[in-house]
Design a protein around this ligand. Sequence first.
Ligand code: HEM
Length: 508
Amino acid sequence: MMSPSCIVPGLCCLVVALLVYHTTRLANRRRPPGPKGYPIVGSLFSIPSEKSWTIHDRWLEEYGDIVYYEILGQPILVLGSAKRTNDLFEKRSGVYSSRPRMPMINELMKFDNTFGTQKYGPRWKQLRRAFSEVFHPCVLPNYHPTITAQARKALARMVSTPKRWEDHICYLFSGAIIEMTYGIEIDDVDSPLVTNVQWVVNAVAESAVTVKYLVDIFPVLKYVPEWFPGTGFKKFAKEFIRMNELIKNEPFDRVLDATRGKGTPVKPCIATNIIERLSEQDSNSRPEEEEVARLITVQACLAGFETVISAARAFVLAMVIHPEIQKKAQEEIRNVVGVDRLPSFSDRNQLVYVNAVIAEVMRWHTIAPFALPHATTEDDVYEDYFIPKGTIVIGNTWSVMHDPCQFPEPEVFRPERWLTGRSSREILEMPIFGYGRRICPGRYLSMDMLYTFVSSMLAVCDIEAPKDEFRKLLTVVPEFTDMILSQPQKFDCVITCRADIDFSILDV
Ligand code: HEM
């Protein structure tokens, strides 16, 4: 008989053998199809520095709707159909909801304080819950008066200086979000409350471009001292940290002062509401509670301005290109609302075509063509494919929203697709707002703001392409920028006030 002293080492050997067998078996498991790349570097040199996702479209076409590749050992999975994104981001959201390691953005620029770039875990859950509470669809009607008033002010500016239409769009959305969040009215788009946030957002968008910073490929470079040649990225990261702190603290401190009767008064807003509920100043939990409040308020500005502005500019572009669609939407507004007032939230359900135009704008121009990358938190097996823990998983939103099986002739701007068989409200749960547990928590607010802008703009203004010397409309070709957040490229348009409009409807 075997002695007990032999059993223990024997069992250990067995466990080790099983582990080795299991790990090797998993490591050798079939990966989804994709480019093989080169030893060590993988597909590093296949990724173009501009329009990095165009290569994904090509690969999705070549290999199918799920593509796997590696860059320097980092596994990357691209999903190119609603079935794939649904199978992984929705049905397996417990595994597919984290964010990848981004040494430049998270570690050097210290942008891990905002939960949009945070890994899945308790801190993310805490901030996401706090944020979702203040932007929950049930509380949004509280902000409707602010949105409506800001839209009127922006439209009055649009009518008096139509050539500055892009500034007025920026004024509307950034002004509405700042007022909702901090109760502060901005005078113009060059207010530091707007420009500083834009600086931070652009810096993040530029840093997120694949293979822009070597430190993302060789994280060890973050330890290179700042005096070393070629470390401009470290100086940039330092400046970023300063600006990020500034936008987080400066407006919040103004509200805090106002609630203590100091400085300039602010209107009741999300920040004042939260501050009222904070523990006493000398309580132990106060610093942490206050930090959470600062983070979720600044997050609204960081995630909210540029996304909605991009959608609004895409709407103007679509109207320039499709005057017949504009006319149809304007006729609907005439019939439902008349000319004596602006459309309001109570008209929304009846403005079916206007809502379809908004949904189609969101589909046609995918603002975040790749959403934000997710990452897996565990090894997974999907349809016999092995997906290792730590894989970066990219939902190719552009492909999903331009899938000809779902949206016939996907490149055509056609609001009618949202009138039969599909409701325009469905857009709220579609990939343009991202996936699974990470889906955009600001989507209801975005649609409320876009409804106000689109319906009142159509009620008051005509949007046209510029004309040539024979008064013939010039052709405007839609082009979009290729950042992580895509915007229509600059285009010309002529905005005029509709002849039968009484300007007093714009009085706030
Ligand atoms: C048209 C407008 C908008 C679009 C198209 C949009 C789209 C997106 C997308 C694609 C994501 C990534 C989701 C994912 O990782 O799967 C996202 C995340 C996020 N969005 Fe939006 N967004 C918009 C407006 C807003 C607004 C107005 C706010 C705030 C008031 C907001 C707040 C956020 C936040 C906080 C996240 C991070 C969520 C997380 O990581 O858990 N967004 N958005």
